[in-house]
Write a protein that binds this ligand. Structure first.
Ligand code: SAM
Length: 465
């Protein structure tokens, strides 16, 4: 195997709720499509590094089948060590080249994920990604591709050109530090800055927030080819696919016609969304695609939201609700009561039609999801919210602690940092063999109460059902 730049500088792979089949199923069903149940889905991730994303899914859905392949053998070896330690047998993490897979991969998948790869690979590899999707996606399947979008990508390219000039000729090991030095100087405001310079300096400051390894790959890598949604929709069309919608909150209305819109043609929807991207200078997209023969509903009908699941964690002060994503005034008392119930039950998921028979509330919960106050899910929770007599934390979380990871991937696909010794030891001990009464009797920590430790475990979605 040839060593890649991702072997010499490891990329910190992360897990993403928006790059999860649960989100893809949710969005497809809201469009009236018959997406495969996540519990038994066949899922492929392309270029998923160490496979963290699919490994976390595999721990939560033992009846699902997961495959990730990536060119970087060292990342793959890391993922293989973790899944072996966790005893997961429903996930494969393999070394593989997208170009080869485009010729040889013949399995069928319900969901295909390509996160953070597309805009960083040359055109033949991008073409090969579409070839895999075109051949391997099931008839009712959904594909997810995230990419640096245009026109914002032009701004990133502009800065990248400056950085690359600055680091030209330096040994590889010195490039990231030199790039940071350049960005630090560039980001500092000048007295005579005009709005254009202020914007560019702000973007340079954003780049400085990235971990050095991410900066090394994302900004200094050999290839950076941002794509417009128009480009993506066209490429999809060439491979028998069509644009569906977005997977990330904030843009979940993109695949539906606006209230004033009168065309349900995907070409017109893409054109309208592209105009908005141009207007606000969009930087990134997480787009979903389905087969060209699929007939997604393009008008948002709240009736199709009713069978989704919902959870929420917010605090209330009168009509003001606060979540980690912002503050919201909810003047409708019925909706406020639903949010109270969800928050009091966090992290429990409720089917929306079990909470209410009112479609306008379902619509509101979807809008609030798009704004970040609620979370909508395609299916029921893959974790338990009650410890039971013999609480058992997911085998993956315990394996991560044993392997010295500073965080755990939860069963509802979040990353929970856990660095202190006592909670780490507590989580490790929750292996389903010890009785909760004995665990409490043996509790010695003064810094942390037993109840607080157990609440952390429950609220983190770590408990095996
Ligand atoms: C920016 S990283 C993203 C990793 C991961 N998907 C994430 O978002 O955290 C890009 C990944 O694409 C992989 N990659 C690039 N070219 C590839 C190819 N031709 N075949 C397979 N993987 C490739 C790299 O090895 C690297 O792991």
């Amino acid at each position: 195997m040839t060593e890649t730049t991702y072997d010499s500088v490891a990329y910190p792979t992360m897990i993403f709720p928006h790059a999860h089949p649960d989100r893809m199923a949710l969005m497809a069903r809201i469009h009236g499509l018959d997406a495969a149940p996540v519990e038994t889905a066949r899922v492929l991730e392309i270029g998923g590094g160490d496979g963290a994303n699919v490994i976390a899914m595999a721990a939560a859905y033992p009846d699902g089948r997961f495959l990730n392949f990536d060119l970087a053998a060292s990342a793959v070896a890391r993922g293989q060590a973790l899944l072996k330690e966790a005893g997961l047998t429903n996930v494969r993490v393999e070394v593989g080249d997208i170009l080869d897979a485009a010729e040889s991969l013949t399995e069928t998948f319900d969901y295909i994920i390509v996160h953070g790869v597309y805009a960083w690979v040359p055109e033949p590899v991008r073409e090969a990604i579409w070839k895999i999707i075109g051949r391997c996606l099931a008839a009712e399947g959904v594909a997810y591709i995230s990419y640096n979008a245009l026109p914002g990508g032009h701004v990133r390219k502009l800065l990248r050109d400056m950085i690359l000039r600055h680091v030209e000729g330096l040994p590889d090991a010195e490039r990231t530090a030199a790039a940071r030095e350049f960005l630090t100087a560039y980001a500092a405001p000048r007295d005579d800055d005009r709005p254009l310079q202020t914007g560019l300096r702000g973007e340079a400051a954003n780049m400085l927030d990235k971990p050095p390894e991410v900066l090394y790959h994302d900004e200094l890598g050999p290839c950076f080819e941002p794509q417009s949604l128009t480009d993506m929709a066209q490429a999809a069309g060439h491979h028998g696919m069509q644009y569906l919608n977005e997977a990330h909150p904030g843009l979940l209305a993109d695949g539906f016609i606006s209230e004033a819109g009168d065309s349900t043609k995907v070409r017109d929807i893409v054109a309208a969304v592209q105009r908005r991207d141009d207007d606000i200078v969009r930087f990134f997209r997480h787009s979903l695609f389905v087969r060209a023969e699929a007939k997604p509903e393009r008008r948002l009908d709240p009736a199709r939201i009713m069978s989704s699941h919902v959870s929420a964690r917010c605090t209330r002060d009168g009509q003001k609700f606060t979540s980690k994503d912002g503050e919201f005034v909810i003047s409708n008392e019925g909706l406020a009561e639903i949010l109270d119930k969800l928050s009091a039950s966090w992290p429990r998921r409720f089917r929306i039609d079990e909470l209410t028979d009112q479609e306008p509330y379902a619509h509101a919960l979807f809008r609030l999801f798009d704004f970040g106050l609620t979370q909508l899910h395609g299916g029921p929770a893959p974790f338990s919210d009650t410890p039971g007599d013999r609480p058992k934390v997911s085998a993956l979380a315990r394996a991560m602690i044993r392997q010295g990871y500073p965080m755990m991937y939860t069963l509802d696909h979040r990353t929970q940092n856990i660095t202190e010794d006592e909670p780490r030891a507590f989580v490790l001990g929750l292996d389903g063999r010890s009785d909760v009464v004995d665990l409490k009797a043996g509790w010695t920590s003064e810094a942390l109460s037993f109840e607080a430790a157990m609440t952390m475990v429950v609220e983190s979605g770590l408990l095996q059902p």
